[in-house]
Ligand binder design. Structure first.
Ligand code: SF4
Ligand code: SF4
Length: 292
């Protein structure tokens, strides 16, 4: 049961309607991602952010919207995809590096209170902003946690930019991010927000460590873990993508601590529709081929 018995009823409507939280909803509920967050405050070694129409993966969006432009897009999306239940913000950068996601959710709360608001973040600013997220009606938050040990995380991220704009590298940067994530997850759970963890599985770096991530985040109150196979690129281009066998093994190990969701597709920051049923709404939605 997602969230354990205490939360069973509290999260019931989320689990029934959110395609990223349950197998049942995954094939019948839709979600739209609003690409309003342009910049990021960390650098993952596997992330080559860009605005590109060919690739389908997180961190890529064909366009950027201003918060005030989003109601018209959601309006249209609801006509094209009446199964739409969730408005998510997942990028193309980090959703809390700027305040555009917060502004967008505030608008959504007024215009579409019946839609579930979902945010995906690297967690660096989660602790500082989670109360405001709660105020604007965010009900589910996904935090990408790729390691809870600094020596492992420093192999995955190149740097973190702190509140003074200083670049923290190595163990210093890794420590900063881990601390912020764990504090942020705990506080989000305390505020009654459903927290899902995303972990990018990186062979040779964190494959033995995912169960520890599951254990630590479960203790903080996370409800669900989504293990995403690495798409080797950028600084980690030479690592081989995980095999299905490895993915299966790691999922099994992690599931001893935290429920594992197995139906995730790599979604773009501007995805729309029922997950896995194609990106076909994109052109109708934005009335144009994508902007480079
Ligand atoms: Fe890229 Fe997301 Fe990492 Fe930022 S947090 S560098 S957008 S993968
Ligand atoms: Fe939320 Fe992530 Fe699903 Fe988008 S893909 S709706 S951000 S859980």
């Amino acid at each position: 049961q997602i969230g354990g018995h205490k939360h069973a009823n509290q999260f019931d409507h989320l689990v029934k309607n959110h395609p990223c939280l349950s197998k049942e909803a995954h094939h019948k509920s839709g979600r739209i991602h609003l690409p309003v967050s342009p910049s990021c405050n960390i650098q993952c070694r596997f992330c080559k952010r860009g605005f590109n129409k060919g690739e389908i993966r997180p961190g890529v969006s064909s366009l950027l919207l201003k918060p005030e432009e989003t109601p018209a897009i959601v309006d249209k999306a609801l006509t094209l995809c009446p199964e739409l239940k969730v408005v998510g913000i997942a990028g193309p950068g980090d959703t809390l590096a700027t305040d555009y996601a917060l502004e967008t959710f505030a608008i959504m709360k007024k215009t579409y209170p019946e839609l579930i608001s979902c945010l995906s973040t690297n967690g660096l600013k989660l602790y500082d902003k989670v109360e405001r997220l709660k105020e604007v009606g965010v009900e589910t938050i996904t935090v990408t946690v790729n390691a809870v040990e600094p020596d492992i995380l420093s192999q995955i991220i190149a740097y973190v930019i702190d509140e003074k704009g200083k670049k923290l590298t190595g163990l210093q940067g890794a420590n900063k991010l881990i601390e912020a994530q764990l504090k942020g997850i705990k506080k989000a759970v305390e505020l009654g927000i459903l927290v899902k963890i995303n972990t990018v599985l990186i062979p040779g770096i964190n494959d033995e460590h995912v169960k520890e991530i599951a254990k630590v985040t479960k203790e903080l109150g996370a409800s669900l873990l989504n293990i995403i196979p690495l798409i080797p690129q950028h600084e980690l281009a030479d690592i081989k993508a995980p095999s299905c066998m490895l993915l299966e093994r790691v999922r099994k190990e992690a599931s001893e601590y935290l429920e594992v969701f197995r139906h995730c597709k790599h979604c773009r920051a501007d995805a729309c529709g029922i997950p896995g049923k194609g990106q076909s709404l994109h052109k109708e939605l934005y009335d144009k081929e994508v902007v480079e």
